[in-house]
Design a protein around this ligand. Structure first.
Ligand code: SF4
Ligand code: SF4
Length: 429
C-alpha cells in the first residue's frame, strides 16, 4: 500500500480565524450535549456551550470568541441530524475566565482529580473513535500495567500525529505521564511506526531529557492496520486481546497521541479541547498540508486555506482512505474526530471504478487482520441475514477497510459490515 505521506515534512500551520464556526454538540460517542447558550450570547475560547448531565458524554466548548448566532441542525455523513452552535467569530481570540491552570502538581493529583479535569476539558479520542477519554481512564483503574500512546498513524495520507510528535512531542509525553500517574502504572510506551524515524529520534531525546524511569519508545514495522488497538498491543507486548474483550482486559490502556497532548494542555494549562490538527490532502488539493483548526471550522475553510481545488473532487473523505467516511457536504464542520480531509478526483477514486459481484477469490479473507470471512459477512449483511453475520463474528470487525481495499470486484464489504454491526447493536439496545 502506498503511503502518500508527503505532508509529513511540512510544518503544521494555524488556520486564519474563520468568520464563523459551527460547533457540533455531538462530537463524541455517547449522549449528545445539550446547548447552554442562546443566540446573542457572547462566548470566548473555552466557554462551555453544551453539557451532558447524565450518561456517557463530554461537554462542548466554544473554539472562538464572538457571538452565538443560532443553534442549528445539520445532517452528518450518516444522515443523522446533529445540533450545532453557530458562532460569529470576532477574531479577538479572547479566552474564557474559566480557562485557568488547575494548579495541581502531578505528584499530588488523585485519579479522581485527573479524571475530572479530562472530563471537564471535553476530551474524547482524537484518533477518530471519539470515545470519552475520562470514561476510558475510569474503566482502566486497577486493571492495567501499561499505558501506550498510539502514534502509529497507519492510514495513507494522514500525518497529523507525525507533525504533532515533531512539534509538540513534550506535551504528548506529559499526557503519558499524567495517565501513568492516574492509573498508578510504571510502564509507559510511545508506539511509533518505522516510517517516522525523525519522530522516534525526537521522542527518544525528549524522554532522555526528562530522565523518568519506565518510559520508552517502541518502534513498530509500518503496516496497515498497525494503529488498530489490538494489532498495536500484540506488536508491542505480544498480548492478544480476545474477541469481545477490551485492551484493559489484557492490562493495557491505549490513547492516541493528540489525545495525550490534549490531556497535558488541560492538566497544566486548563485549556479545553477546542482545536486539532487536520491533514488536508488528496490530488484535488492545491497545497496539501497539516492545519491546526478550531473545532467547527468548515471543511471548505481548510481547503481554501490550502489553495482550494485544482480539479473537481469526486469524493471528500473525513479521515483516512481506509476507515474514513465519505462526506456529501463540503461545509461539514471539523470535529474532535476529524484527523484528515481528503479530496480525490475520479481517477483516484479506485473503489468506485469497478463493481461486480463477488468472484470468490478469497483476497479479503487472506488479508483480514481479525481472521474473519469478510465476503460472507458482506453477503449476509446485504441480504439482511444479520444473525448469521453475528455467528461469523461480525462484531469483531475493526472496520479497517483492508478487505474492501483488496477486493478486485469492488464489493463494498466494509460498508455492508458497518450496516450489519449497526443493526445488531440497535437490537441489543
Ligand atoms: S474491515 Fe474487513 S479486513 Fe478489516 S477487520 Fe473488518 S472484515 Fe476484516
Ligand atoms: S475479495 Fe471481493 S471478490 Fe474476493 S472473495 Fe472477497 S468479496 Fe469476493
Amino acid at each position: 500500500m502506498r503511503e502518500h505521506k508527503q505532508t509529513a515534512s511540512i510544518p503544521a500551520t494555524r488556520l486564519p480565524e474563520p468568520a464563523f464556526v459551527s460547533v457540533p454538540l455531538s462530537q463524541h460517542i455517547g449522549v449528545p450535549a445539550k446547548p447552554v447558550v442562546s443566540p446573542g450570547d457572547h462566548v470566548d475560547i473555552g466557554t462551555v456551550i453544551g453539557t451532558v448531565e447524565t450518561g456517557l458524554g463530554c461537554p462542548v466548548h466554544s473554539s472562538v470568541s464572538g457571538t452565538v448566532k443560532e443553534i442549528s441542525s445539520y445532517n452528518n455523513a450518516q444522515g443523522q441530524p446533529i445540533q450545532s452552535v453557530v458562532i460569529e467569530n470576532d477574531g479577538l481570540r479572547t479566552r474564557a475566565e474559566s480557562v485557568v491552570p488547575p494548579g495541581i502538581k502531578l505528584e499530588d493529583a488523585t485519579p479522581e482529580q485527573i479524571i475530572e479535569i479530562v472530563k471537564n476539558a471535553g476530551i474524547s479520542g482524537l484518533g477518530g473513535a471519539t470515545f470519552p477519554t475520562y470514561a476510558k481512564i475510569q474503566s482502566a483503574i486497577g486493571k492495567v500495567d501499561t499505558v501506550m500512546i498510539n502514534c502509529a498513524e497507519c492510514e495513507p495520507y494522514i500525518t497529523a500525529n507525525h507533525r504533532l510528535l515533531l512539534e509538540r512531542g513534550e506535551n504528548v509525553v506529559e499526557g503519558l505521564e499524567i495517565l501513568m500517574h492516574a492509573l498508578n502504572v510504571k510502564e509507559g510506551i510511545l508506539a511509533i511506526e518505522d516510517n517516522k524515524m525523525d519522530a522516534v529520534k525526537e521522542m527518544e531525546s525528549i524522554l532522555k531529557a526528562r530522565g523518568k524511569e519506565g518510559l520508552r519508545v517502541a518502534v513498530m514495522r509500518t503496516k496497515y492496520p498497525q494503529g488498530d488497538e489490538r494489532q498495536l498491543i500484540y506488536a508491542v507486548t505480544g498480548r492478544e486481546v480476545p474477541a469481545g474483550k477490551l485492551p484493559a482486559d489484557v492490562g493495557c490502556l491505549i490513547v492516541n497521541a493528540e489525545t495525550s497532548c490534549a490531556i497535558s494542555r488541560a492538566f497544566y494549562r486548563g485549556i479545553p479541547l477546542v482545536s486539532r490538527i487536520v491533514t488536508v490532502e488528496g490530488d484535488c488539493v492545491k497545497h496539501p498540508r497539516n492545519v491546526r483548526a478550531p473545532l467547527g471550522a468548515s471543511y471548505m475553510d481548510l481547503i481554501n486555506f490550502c489553495g482550494g481545488f485544482v480539479k473537481e473532487p469526486k469524493k471528500i473523505i473525513s479521515g483516512g482512505p481506509m476507515m474514513g467516511q465519505a462526506q456529501w457536504d463540503f461545509n461539514a464542520p471539523v470535529t474532535k474526530g476529524t484527523s484528515a480531509i481528503l479530496a480525490f478526483s475520479e481517477e483516484h477514486d479506485r473503489i468506485n471504478t469497478i463493481h461486480t459481484a463477488c468472484i470468490h477469490c478469497g483476497m479479503c479473507v487472506h488479508h483480514c487482520p481479525m481472521h474473519l470471512m469478510p465476503n460472507y459477512l458482506a453477503e449476509y449483511a446485504h441480504e439482511k441475514r444479520y444473525d448469521e453475520a453475528e455467528k461469523l463474528n461480525v462484531m469483531s470487525c475493526v472496520e479497517c477497510g483492508t478487505c474492501s481495499y483488496n477486493c478486485p470486484a469492488g464489493v463494498q464489504i466494509v460498508q455492508q459490515i458497518r450496516v450489519a454491526k449497526g443493526v445488531l447493536r440497535a437490537k441489543k439496545r
